[in-house]
Design a protein around this ligand. Structure first.
Ligand code: ZN
Length: 87
């Protein structure tokens, strides 16, 4: 089983956190997501705009490392909290 690969951060792709059962954003993973990785690419996004990647327990660290390595990661919160923060 190959180690999980993660492609470049999709710009407009990413499961919306308010759709109930979000899927993990990791490539090839079909697990239900339980974490929301909130990130921002300052080259593409205004500072107040947060993108959200959903991640399952297994991929939370992998995906957050990927974003953190690029300086994009803002925070990681339980998906429920991220969804609940939207009106
Ligand atoms: Zn996953």
């Amino acid at each position: 089983m190959p180690s999980a690969e993660v492609g470049p951060p999709p710009d407009e792709v990413g499961p919306p956190p308010d759709e109930g059962s979000a899927r993990c954003s990791a490539k090839g993973c079909t697990a239900d997501a339980v974490w929301a990785l909130r990130w921002n690419n300052p080259k593409l996004h205004t500072p107040e705009r947060l993108k959200v990647w959903a991640a399952c327990d297994d991929h939370r660290r992998h995906l957050s490392d990927f974003l953190a390595a690029r300086g994009f990661l803002r925070d990681v919160v339980p998906l429920r909290d991220a969804a609940g923060s939207r009106s």
